[in-house]
Design a protein around this ligand. Structure first.
Ligand SMILES: [Zn+2]
Ligand SMILES: [Zn+2]
Ligand SMILES: [Zn+2]
Length: 142
């Protein structure tokens, strides 16, 4: 279990200010097993914060290797915690994501790493997106 102290240390190690909004956001991410969109994060927060603050914090966490983009659709980007410390700017924890076709809920499959794929010689790979689409448990049983 992660505590307030762990979160503060995490922010500190990335030289990020320990604001109450940032701490609360990371607590929310630690409490959910699936990826969250900015909207969902905002709806789970007890204190009302400016939307801009939340969006800024999310992109800053992404930049610092604390969160990664798990999926993106018309409802926006869903973020999930990085499994281990990713270096600044580059995410090294690329893995498979499970995405529900019906509700867009996204789960990280941390154990399934994306294999090294040989691409064309003159092709700079910037992002590999490996997703498995299907129907989540919640949608199956409703
Ligand atoms: Zn990462
Ligand atoms: Zn679903
Ligand atoms: Zn993930």
């Amino acid at each position: 279990m992660s505590t307030q102290k762990d979160i503060e240390e995490l922010l500190q190690s990335h030289k990020l200010k320990k604001t109450s909004a940032r701490i609360e956001m990371l607590k929310i991410f630690m409490n959910y097993t699936y990826a969250l969109s900015a909207k969902e994060v905002i709806s789970h927060m007890k204190v009302n914060h400016d939307r801009v603050t939340i969006y800024r914090a999310l992109s800053s966490f992404e930049k610092h290797g604390i969160l990664h983009k798990a999926s993106e659709d018309s409802h926006g980007i869903r973020y999930a915690l990085c499994s281990h410390e990713c270096p600044e700017e580059v995410h090294t924890d690329e893995h498979v994501h499970l995405i529900c076709k019906q509700c867009s809920q996204t789960y990280c499959l941390e154990d399934i790493k994306i294999p090294k794929i040989k691409t064309l010689e003159k092709f700079l790979v910037q992002k590999i997106n490996y997703t498995i689409n299907g129907i989540c448990n919640g949608c199956l049983s409703s």
